[in-house]
Design a protein around this ligand. Sequence first.
Ligand code: UDP
Length: 447
Amino acid sequence: MTTTSQLHIALLAFPFGSHAAPLLTLVQKLSPFLPSNTIFSFFNTSQSNTSIFSKGPKPNNLKIYNVWDGVREGNDTPFGREAIDLFIQSTPINFVKSMKDAEEETGVKFSCIFSDAFLWFSCELAEKINVPWIAFWTAGSCSLSIHLYTDLIRSNDETLSRIPGFLSSLRISDMPPEVVAENLEGPMPSMLYNMALNLHKASGVVLNSFEELDSIINKDIKTKLQKVLNIGPLVLQSSKKIHSDANSDESGCIKWLENQKEKSVVYLSFGTVLTLPPNEIVSIAEALEAKRVPFIWSLRDNGVKILPKGFLERTKEFGKIVSWAPQLEIFENSAVGVFVTHCGWNSILEGISYGVPMICRPFFGDQKLNSRMVESVWQIGLQIEGGSFTKNGTISTLDKFFNEEKGNVLRQNVEGLKEKALEAVRPDNGSSTENFKALVELVKCHK
Ligand code: UDP
């Protein structure tokens, strides 16, 4: 039996980097505002599902489906770009198949398709079954804007200064590589280009950010899309339960921070995907050791192996290396003075939400653009001297934070943005709160 009155929301996740987990966080936030019999079906690869659902209990009304990752049986598990390309090539058929299973098992037709914005084909799937498509852009409005200007950017370098909201600071080298790729036919560039072409068809585009962070950019993208809903920062609204590491402190970081001086600690983390080049790991280690600055470094085992001989022993009095750090709880601690980051969007937004200034070493995707925003537009951090980690460049950039007036200015600026972020999530009239209410209405609506 099928029914149309019950809400059944198809959630289509992009299973790489920090894309799928924020979609889950969003579901957890939406769920209490929807009728109690609402069903969420979560479509994601088995590997990504295992990773995000191993961290805590899953909501009762959420059904999890594993979609095919594009790897043929008997083939080796691919990594990095190869895994992403295989997955993209297997879409949309892999999703369509699992979505059919979900409708059959639940007996309830989908009322809405809520997908990662990358999965632009959701637009066609939604049109076919006559339900709204809501797209979740897991990064900032700055990078969304750049994608929407892909054609213009590709037509002429000079146009960069005409894109609203970037204070003429943009360089071609800041662009996400897919936007300026030689041709747009590869799986990733073509997916992002199609996304840019189709996003105006979405009933709503949801962002994990807040309007006041980039008000000019938001004003501009609102002229291009139907409904732009900044509902973040999600980390400032999630209950502690959603933070998987809350209250556990398995790594001992929080206890360790209690013995450190106010704003004295360097926290280094480069996200969930990136492996730093070995020479840069060594340079960071040499700089930290030479400066004897207290540090927490989230570094996986393959990175630890590259550290200079005896480093752990020689720095154990003032430093701590962990394979996974409770980042939000670390940011909540006033001992943290600066965040050394690869500029993934979640990290940037978390730094802003907790008022932590940054040192940026971006690598790919939207990271260079985010880094440009941090240094030139928001002025809440610095790019690493020389563009990559060297011993002297790292020491010199750290000195700017700890020994020069510049550090205080950057800190004040990020505190200012933190206040704006807190305003945005105010329960009475914050802009993100209002946008969230609009999102609830959108999800509830049957076409
Ligand atoms: N993170 C964490 N502990 C770590 C490393 C990362 O909690 O040791 C979290 C961090 O708080 C952020 C996410 O992992 O929410 C990384 O997301 P981001 O978008 O910055 O980078 P990506 O992993 O997508 O490159």
